[in-house]
Design a protein around this ligand. Structure first.
Ligand code: ADP
Length: 529
């Protein structure tokens, strides 16, 4: 553009009767100079129009003739306002006069988007830049005109598609967040504003990790970088349950689906977020997963079990109490024959065994009931269970570290059951740490030999000594409202998967529970539906 501009000026100078003698024109000689400049100007894609102080056209290049549909002879000598639609056409003479009198520039040296008019009357958008030169003391003006119809059409199409996109983004109930490859938020939909409590202004241009609690927050940059480097997908195109953090610091479980698109300015990721806090929503999602057990809430499974169990156990336990009471009476009366007492004791034992049988059956039902084993990535199960297990835990100041081995081979498990185990361990750990200052939860996965292990470590007070041997037995609890069934069911589930569940005291204090599962056997995997 700049060099064209110079050529145009030189050309103007060369054509004029030349008091203005440029270096180029003098060194080339007038005749050769003129034909050279003429060639250059005529090759220009932009239209070039030279006018004098009255607005009369002095010369035009070929592009001008093509663009406006006039021949040079129809233009030269005529007022340049013939190339403009109203109101510009009517104002142009005054504008020129005003400029010559006052020197107030509206276009000269600036460049503007204006409208042009073709011979056939059609009007089109054009970009105009105007320069001024002198010809024998008289001012002349060089206009360079570019047709921007295509650019404008493209701009309008873009704006329309943006509007269309906006209207979608503004109406879908899911929160939509677009980030660039470095994690910076590009756009934040109204639903996202409602969900996270931030306005778009507060988030756009910031790193998206501000919407996540630890440990996701500190890991997100390296996760993105690794994805850009290796293409390894953990969420993109898959969809996961993760934890989000609202402006006030409150955390909530959310379902996240991420799409990716590449544009000339780089790669972008679109996140669709659905809040799972809403119980119905969680249940719908769980139905989708075709699960029977509600892994969003350990309580509801426990609650169901508790009422069944209370009902089933009430009878034998009442009987045990009655037999023992009667026995005590007989003993204190001093006159009862020992066989009577032995008989009562025997009956009490039988009832207690019946109670034990009820419990055994219930545990079997829970752990072995309807199960559907599939090849699963333990990391994903652990992360999702963690997200659900941590609901509400952030408020109590629990710091979480995730140390996942991303090379783990799959395990062959019922995903819902294994998530229940992890969820239970996480809940226990969080509850145990309520009593202490330092609250650190470390979730790790690793492989050793053919065993795949997930561990849940806390910095709580450790397992009470008197419980150590009976930890995995039913009804062992130190909690006021505890059922003491969690760990016994967990072990049952893990053993039904040919795995092991252990608890150990950590040397630095706290407890670590380890869930060990065998690697999915290839034959087994091949047989799986
Ligand atoms: P509940 O949670 O209903 O008590 P569980 O079988 O899950 O039933 O746990 C049994 C008991 O084991 C708990 O009451 C608690 O005393 C102890 N326990 C479980 N996990 C931990 C832990 N991470 N740290 C300390 N004690 C624990």
């Amino acid at each position: 553009m700049l060099s064209l501009w110079r050529y145009a000026l030189i050309w103007t100078a060369a054509r004029s009767t030349a008091t203005l003698n440029t270096k180029a024109s003098s060194s080339n000689g007038n005749g050769a100079g003129e034909s050279l400049y003429r060639a250059v100007v005529d090759t220009a894609v932009d239209a070039i129009v030279v006018i004098d102080r009255t607005g009369a056209i002095r010369s035009v290049n070929e592009a001008t003739q093509r663009l406006f549909g006039y021949s040079a002879s129809e233009l030269v000598g005529h007022n340049v306002n013939m190339l403009m639609p109203e109101p510009y056409a009517g104002e142009h003479d005054d504008y020129l006069m005003n400029y010559l009198r006052t020197g107030t520039k509206k276009i000269i040296g600036i460049g503007r988007e204006v409208a042009g008019k073709r011979k056939d009357g059609s009007v089109f958008p054009m970009e105009l830049s105007v320069g001024e030169a002198r010809d024998g003391g008289e001012p002349i003006f060089v206009g360079i005109i570019r047709d921007i119809t295509e650019r404008k059409t493209a701009e309008i199409a873009l704006r329309e598609s943006e509007l269309r996109w906006r209207s979608i983004v503004d109406t879908v109930p899911d929160a939509i967040i677009v980030i660039d490859a470095s994690g910076m938020v590009e756009s934040f939909s109204p639903a996202a504003e409602r969900l996270f409590g931030y306005t778009a202004d507060e988030v756009v241009g910031q790193n998206v990790k501000m919407l996540m609690p630890q440990p996701y927050r500190s890991q997100h940059d390296s996760y993105l970088a690794r994805y850009m480097r290796t293409g390894e997908r953990r969420i993109i195109g898959i969809g996961r349950i993760v934890v989000g953090q609202r402006k006030g610091g409150e955390t909530f479980p959310m379902e996240l689906a991420v799409g990716e698109f590449a544009s000339p300015s780089g790669n972008f990721f679109t996140g669709f977020v659905r809040d799972l806090t809403d119980r119905q929503e969680a249940e719908r999602r769980i139905e989708d997963l075709q699960t029977e057990l509600l892994h969003a809430s350990r309580l509801s499974v426990m609650g169901q079990m508790a009422s069944t169990m209370a009902h089933e156990l009430n009878q034998p336990l009442t009987a045990v109490t009655n037999y023992l009471e009667a026995g005590r009476h007989l003993i204190s009366s001093g006159a009862a024959p020992p066989e009577r007492i032995a008989d009562l004791m025997e009956k009490a034992v039988a009832q207690a065994q019946r109670a034990g049988e009820v419990i055994r059956q219930l545990r079997q039902f829970v752990s072995k009931g309807e199960t559907e084993r599939r090849e699963q990535n333990l990391n994903q199960l652990v992360e999702e269970a963690l997200a659900l297990g941590l609901v509400g835990a952030r408020q109590s100041g629990v710091r979480v570290s995730l140390e996942l081995d991303h090379e783990l081979p799959p395990v062959m498990v019922d995903p819902v059951q294994i998530q229940q185990v992890v969820l239970n361990l996480v809940r226990n750990a969080v509850e145990a740490m309520e009593a202490v200052e330092r609250r650190e939860l470390t979730i790790a996965t690793r492989m050793s030999g053919d065993t795949i292990e997930a561990s849940v470590a806390d910095t709580g007070p450790g397992i009470p000594r008197e419980l150590a041997d009976r930890l995995f037995q039913p009804f062992v609890t130190t909690k006021k409202t505890g059922m003491g069934l969690g760990l016994s069911i967990c072990r049952e589930i893990v053993e039904a998967h040919h795995g092991r569940l252990t608890a150990e005291a950590r040397p630095e204090g706290g407890t670590v529970f380890s869930l060990m599962l065998p690697k999915a056997n290839e034959d087994e995997a091949a047989d799986a539906p």
